[in-house]
Design a protein around this ligand. Sequence first.
Ligand code: SF4
Ligand code: SF4
Length: 82
Amino acid sequence: MTFVITEPCIGVKDASCVEVCPVRCIASTDEEEMYHIDAGTCINCTYCEPVCPVNAIFDEYKMPSDQREFLRRNREFFKNNP
Ligand code: SF4
Ligand code: SF4
C-alpha cells in the first residue's frame, strides 16, 4: 500500500506534505508541476494526508476512481528521477 498525490497538487505545490513525511519519500523538481510519493518508501503513516490544503493526498485504496492515473504518474516520477 502507498499514499498517492493527485491532480489538485498541480500548480499548488506548497510542500506542506514534504515537511511532515518522516521517511522523506515525497519529491519533485523545478520542472515538475506537482509533488509525487515514492511507493517503495512510503510507510503509510498518514501524516501527509491532513496537511494538504487542497486534499490531493489519498490512500491508494481510497482515492477517487478518476484519479487512478496518478498512481502511475507518482511511480513514473521516481523511475525517471532515481
Ligand atoms: S503516508 Fe507518511 S510516509 Fe507516506 S508519503 Fe505520507 S507522510 Fe510520507
Ligand atoms: S501538501 Fe498537497 S498541494 Fe502541497 S505539495 Fe503536498 S500534495 Fe501538493
